[in-house]
Design a protein around this ligand. Sequence first.
Ligand SMILES: Nc1ncnc2c1ncn2[C@@H]1O[C@H](COP(=O)(O)OP(=O)(O)OP(=O)(O)O)[C@@H](O)[C@H]1O
Ligand SMILES: CC(=O)N[C@H]1[C@@H]2OC[C@@H](O2)[C@@H](O)[C@@H]1O[C@H](C)C(=O)O
Length: 368
Amino acid sequence: MLKTGVMKALGTMSGTSLDGVDAAVIETDGIEIAGFGDHAYRTYATEERDILRAALGCWPDDPGAEVAARLVTRAHAELMAGFPDAAIAGFHGQTLAHDPAGRGTHQAGDGAALARQLALPVVWDFRTADVRLGGQGAPLAPVYHFALAKWIGAEAPLAFLNLGGVGNLTWVDPSKAAPEADGALLAFDTGPANAPINDLLMRRRGLSFDEGGALAMKGSVAGDVLDRFAEHPYFFRMPPKSLDRDDFAALSTQVEGLSDADAAATLTAAAAVAVVRGAEHFPVPVERLLVTGGGRKNPVLMTMIAEGLGCDVVAVEEVGLDGDMLEAQAFAYLAVRVARGLPTSFPSTTGVAAAVGGGEISYPGATQ
Ligand SMILES: Nc1ncnc2c1ncn2[C@@H]1O[C@H](COP(=O)(O)OP(=O)(O)OP(=O)(O)O)[C@@H](O)[C@H]1O
Ligand SMILES: CC(=O)N[C@H]1[C@@H]2OC[C@@H](O2)[C@@H](O)[C@@H]1O[C@H](C)C(=O)O
């Protein structure tokens, strides 16, 4: 029996690494976390990944967008069917293009179709409303990071780092009563994280990622490439700020002349430098950085970040959380907030003019 207002919510995330779909259940009233539930993962088959990769950069009307959307919807429907107890779902979809200052943001996938197929209210299109109101539309997990900071009983300011395809940081002051309180949150994308490393491993070795940082471990960092990267204008921009997956594509060109190992070491160091430069924007330094996302399993990257920051850098598992599922949980949490009319982003997390609840709710009975 759930406490009044607490819902069993299913969240899904298909991230910028293009590896697959995560699905996770949490119990929440949209403010506090009441508990965690089951989770599952569906990998994209090689040919599905190729379709998604080819569709990167596509806007809804572009050729390629529709086939990607159908694929994303089908993959989610298969995975989400395994959670018949959920009362509501948060469906992020697959980001194909993100240009908040220009054309907007595009997450492929049809939440209305999922609502009908799963007979479940589905909240989706989380980012558009924020972008329309002048926000970055990303990152959106920070409000969930605030709830997690409370859940783990944190007292001092701390930060969450997501090392997905792109990296993002959330600085949290857990002594504040609510995420909308002045000084409770500061969030932004750090820069490239795993995406350039994955792309390198695919180009050079036909592998999807550098497992355990094994290749990077054998290489030497090209200091000149790294120094130039560290001065990129993005790092001087005040947060909030966000990135598209391939906004740092030039970095991949700069390691072309290096050996496989040196290129991997240099791209790994670049991901770490992006975090270190990002942390310079924190209102006050943190003693602990909690790391989620696949990059936490890369010890070379984790060590480089810890050396650059000089604070504790640990996987979120250290505090009892699940770093493989945290972003999927975030979209479950956000779905309940949307259903309850609570805001999902704030001026301090996306730069939006005023707190906004982004996300459309589709109900099973709706015709379109
Ligand atoms: N054992 C490992 N060693 C090294 N890297 C790993 C390992 N496991 C996962 N990764 C990296 O993490 C990536 C997956 O991370 P994650 O699932 O957090 O990304 P995502 O959700 O797609 O991205 P985003 O949060 O940007 O949307 C893999 O593509 C790989 O680069
Ligand atoms: C536009 C988009 O999909 N952005 C993702 C991406 O992946 C990491 C980073 O870039 C972050 O901004 C965001 O995802 C996380 C989960 C978020 O919105 O909090």
